[in-house]
Ligand binder design. Structure first.
Ligand code: TYM
Length: 338
């Protein structure tokens, strides 16, 4: 039995990349493991967001995750800001992180560029992510390919903290799916599918209707030449469709390629497979949306369970870093070495 943790930003509208790259792995991982999953609303504050929408989106993201198959009897689902230790541990970790390693984070560079008005929260974002993970002694972190660098940083911070203050944190590993770890935009297949991209045809929503899925797959950009071949560099559009079909059917993208003689055939089968893959998610969403009190209860119980684990880890880390425990006598002064 392994300890798992992962998180997702509350965009409300989750997409196929989130589902195949991460959420499906969360659902598989909850069985037989001790799994913690959180909606990372504090991370959302680091970008442009509408404060009138955030709470609704946070709630709706939790609803989406339950619809996708998270089972509150098998895992702990909670909202990041409901467990105060996330922000508290982030500060301890900021005091072991250095400027250079945060400047190298590609997601920060992509979003902030050279702008002097970029938010400090965007810069320290990966440290808060490290706190999310380390608080739960997570051994495995199921994520898509784009999170690998943040996981490397988390490992570095855990190791540095352990080295400086004594063994405190478990050093986690990323768990990235073999296929569809980086689902690409259907209209621009060299760019990853994302919530923020303004190409509605390029992104398949997890709750899209069968007709919407079919329309988007059929309009997907393919490559020159009519041959169906798995070659992500030379044929990014076709390879993306093959990856999606492979993820939905359990076959490998390269082996599937041989069964099609035209792009049209590939699109028709991919569309059908994705419709069937997402159908149960959409159906469960409708059921759950009719009973929001159930979702609230899941989040209350989840925050309680998460707080117990997070509280114990935070106490361990703050003692290791030398903070005075609340209510305790000041320890006798020790000779400082050197
Ligand atoms: P976020 O909210 O951008 O995405 C949530 C998960 O979905 C995966 N993902 C994708 N996978 C495949 N193809 C895509 N096109 C695609 N787009 C997104 C992401 O890899 C991610 O696993 N920083 C994180 C949130 C976070 C977190 C954490 C993750 C905060 N704390 C602790 C793990 C552990 C993020 O922005 O994910």
């Amino acid at each position: 039995m392994a300890r798992l943790l992962s998180g997702i930003q509350p965009s409300g509208d989750l997409h196929l990349g989130n589902y195949l790259g991460a959420i499906r792995g969360w659902v598989a991982g909850q069985r037989g493991n001790d799994a913690y999953y959180c909606v990372v609303d504090l991370h959302a504050l680091s970008g442009d967001y509408d404060p009138h929408q955030l709470a609704r989106r946070t709630f709706d993201t939790a609803l989406n995750l339950l619809a996708a198959g998270l089972d509150p009897d098998e895992c702990t689902l909670f909202v990041q800001s409901h467990v105060g230790e996330h922000s508290r541990l982030a500060w301890l970790l900021e005091c072991v992180a250095n400027l250079g390693e945060l400047r190298r984070m590609t997601q920060f560079k992509d979003k902030a560029g050279e702008s002097e008005s970029a938010r400090v929260g965007l810069f320290t974002y990966p440290v808060l992510q490290a706190a999310d993970i380390l608080l739960y002694d997570a051994e495995l972190v199921p994520v898509g390919d784009d999170q690998r660098q943040h996981l490397e940083l988390t490992r570095d911070l855990a190791q540095r903290f352990n080295h400086r203050y004594g063994p405190t944190f478990v050093v986690p590993e990323a768990s990235v799916p073999e296929v569809a770890a980086r689902v690409m935009d259907l209209q621009a297949p060299t760019r990853k599918m994302s919530k923020s991209v303004s190409s509605p045809l390029g992104t398949i929503g997890m709750l899209d209707s069968p007709a919407e899925i079919d329309r988007k797959v059929r309009k997907a950009v393919t490559d020159t030449g009519g041959e169906v071949r798995y070659d992500p560099d030379a044929k990014p559009g076709v390879s993306n469709l093959l990856e999606l079909l492979a993820a939905a059917t359990g076959a490998s993208p390269a082996s599937l390629a041989g069964s099609f003689t035209s792009y049209g055939q590939l699109k028709a089968q991919t569309s059908e497979a994705l419709v069937e893959l997402l159908r149960p998610v959409r159906e469960r969403y409708v059921e759950l949306a009719a009973d929001p009190a159930q979702v609230t209860a899941v989040l209350v119980a989840g925050a309680e369970r998460a707080s117990q684990v997070a509280g114990a880890t935070f106490e361990r880390a703050s003692m290791a870093a030398g903070l005075l425990a609340p209510g305790s006598e000041p320890p006798r002064a020790q000779e400082t070495a050197g």
